[in-house]
Design a protein around this ligand. Structure first.
Ligand SMILES: *[C@@H]1O[C@H](CO)[C@@H](O)[C@H](O)[C@H]1NC(C)=O
Ligand SMILES: *[C@@H]1O[C@H](CO)[C@@H](O)[C@H](O)[C@H]1NC(C)=O
Length: 510
């Protein structure tokens, strides 16, 4: 599939960038393959946990640069919006919850996406896989948000083979090429294979004269637990009779095979010498389900490291040889890809709204210090508030309402406020460890950790360092001034959003 579009004259001029030794090198905008895994936990890749068979991911990571302090929102919708906008989710109301089937909301149409900006620079832009940024009206759909083509599904989760889901008693299909071609011919085929084949075809058919931006957003390894049996069978000897874990691990291995297929197509193409592969999860593994963030604390939908510190790496011939095979500990956040990609595409354009991201190309490709010293993990004023509020001594501070769910990292320190969610350490079964549930400290909602010294968040230092707590509460207070109200309609459109009105398909109705 080629999507010809006018090639801006500017693109024909080679952009000059300053190379490693201060030497000018002519550099065309690189091809970017961004691979996003869904709910993949810290402990779910072979290079963190040898039980998991992910040889392709491991090899790409070992030959590239691992992002060891890589952060993102703790759930799907905000993680994807932060990736596309380079801006924190609090700025456009996506900080609360994930997008539901009947909700009249989507990524604010006032936000600019990195796909739009790369397209302006002459890139072909494709999205393969999960969207989850809204579909209630046409303007919300991927091709209205900067992508030339879309092949995948709009919702957050569905059946991997039948590509359907049921909500409030209504059942609908959700799988298509672009908007109108609801591709029923894929019924029965596993989504990981379909997305890999599509991405591979895009790469093989691409005109190398035009730069490529391909986002491959897997359904795997989000619930439900489904995989062709050949993959779960690989784990028969490992997880014994634990069928759920066998399936989960099989989903991982099948996604790894897909990553191998797609990256091999890129590496074998004439584009490879000017290409960048980024592999990223969207948030931590889900504790209610399966998957492991061990030894990190917490899980998806919590602001502990298990929810917000994710697996990621970059592999590219454009990395300086000395950084290959290593890792960076520099703070990197999901919002950093926007300015990083724009830098690679010839420079950051003038934008109406400020970005929260930083250009991390020198951090990743040359081992320089990260320009980032702070991460707002989130502020969600609509999250449930702790029940017992009696004994929190910070409750009267003038800066920030500590019963609100929030977390911020400044330098080495991380402050969490509000409800903890699942704050356990949750191992995978083969490790032989038990889930570690802490006795609840009722009334305690402010927690402070020194992350480089205590990456697993064992030692709350809030009582020892009140001046740090105060400084971080002040900073949260400043961010809460910049926060817009969560766009999370309580009333849902079960009537008009009902797939029965749209030929049995989840489709725009607004
Ligand atoms: C990878 O490619 C091989 C060969 O084309 C194919 O048999 C296999 O199903 C592909 N795997 C996935 C997960 O797409
Ligand atoms: C967290 O999730 C794990 C796994 O589902 C469970 O065993 C544990 O009891 C949960 N802990 C809390 C505090 O909710």
């Amino acid at each position: 599939m080629a999507f010809p579009r006018p090639f801006p004259a500017l693109m024909l001029l080679f952009v000059t960038v300053v190379g490693t030794l201060g030497v000018s090198v002519a550099q065309r905008p690189p091809n970017i393959l961004f691979i996003l895994a869904d709910d993949l936990g810290w402990n779910d890749v072979g290079y963190h946990n040898p039980t998991m068979k992910t040889p392709n991911i491991d090899r790409l990571a070992e030959e590239g640069v691992k992002l060891n302090s890589y952060y993102m929102p703790s759930i799907c919708t905000p993680s994807r919006s932060v990736f596309l906008t380079g801006r924190y989710e609090i700025r456009y109301g996506l900080q609360h919850g994930v997008l539901g089937h009947y909700q009249r909301r989507c990524l604010s149409l006032e936000e600019v996406t990195v796909a739009e900006k790369l397209r302006e620079r002459g890139y072909a832009t494709h999205l393969v896989g999960k969207w989850h940024l809204g579909f209630y009206k046409d303007g919300c759909l991927p091709r209205q948000r900067g992508f030339d083509s879309f092949f995948g599904f709009y919702l957050g989760a569905e059946d991997y083979f039948n590509h359907d889901s049921t909500m409030q008693g209504h059942h609908g299909y959700d799988f298509r090429r672009n908007e109108d071609d609801v591709s029923r011919q894929y019924l029965g085929q596993y989504s990981t294979n379909l997305f890999a084949d599509e991405a591979r075809n895009i790469i093989r058919n691409h005109n190398p004269a035009q730069p490529l931006f391909l986002t491959l957003s897997f359904q795997a390894v989000h619930m439900p637990l489904q995989v062709p049996k050949q993959y779960s069978d690989i784990y028969n000897g490992v997880f014994g009779k634990n069928e759920d874990w066998k399936i989960y691990a099989g989903m991982l291995t099948s996604m790894d095979e897909a990553v191998g297929n797609v990256t091999r197509a890129l590496r074998e193409s004439p584009m490879w010498d000017n290409s960048i592969i980024i592999f990223s999860t969207d948030n931590g593994a889900d504790a209610k389900f399966i998957g492991s963030n061990w030894p990190l604390r917490g899980a998806k939908a919590t602001l502990f490291e298990g929810g917000v510190r994710g697996v990621g790496f970059v592999n590219s011939p454009l990395l300086h040889p000395e950084v290959r095979g290593g890792m960076t500990n520099g703070l990197i956040h999901m919002s950093d890809w926007f300015p990083t990609f724009m830098h690679l595409a010839g420079g950051l354009p003038t934008l109406d709204k400020p970005l929260d991201g930083f250009n991390q190309w020198d951090t990743i490709s040359r081992g320089m210090a990260s320009p980032r010293h702070e991460i707002l993990h989130t502020i969600d004023s609509q999250a449930l508030r702790p029940v017992d509020r009696g004994r929190e001594k910070w409750s009267t501070n003038p800066y920030f309402d500590v019963f609100t769910l929030a977390a911020i990292r400044v330098g080495d320190w991380k402050l969490l406020t509000g409800p903890a969610g699942n704050d356990s350490w949750i191992p995978s079964p083969e490790s032989g460890y038990e889930v570690i549930n802490l006795k609840k400290l009722y009334g305690k909602v402010v927690r402070l950790y020194n992350i480089p010294n205590d990456p697993y968040e064992h030692d709350d230092r809030a009582d020892e360092y009140p001046e740090v707590v105060e400084a971080l509460l002040k900073r949260l207070g400043e961010f809460s001034q910049q926060t817009v109200k969560p766009n999370y309609p309580g009333v849902i459109d079960v009537i008009y959003g009902n797939p029965d009105l749209h030929n049995g398909v989840w489709a725009p109705w607004g």
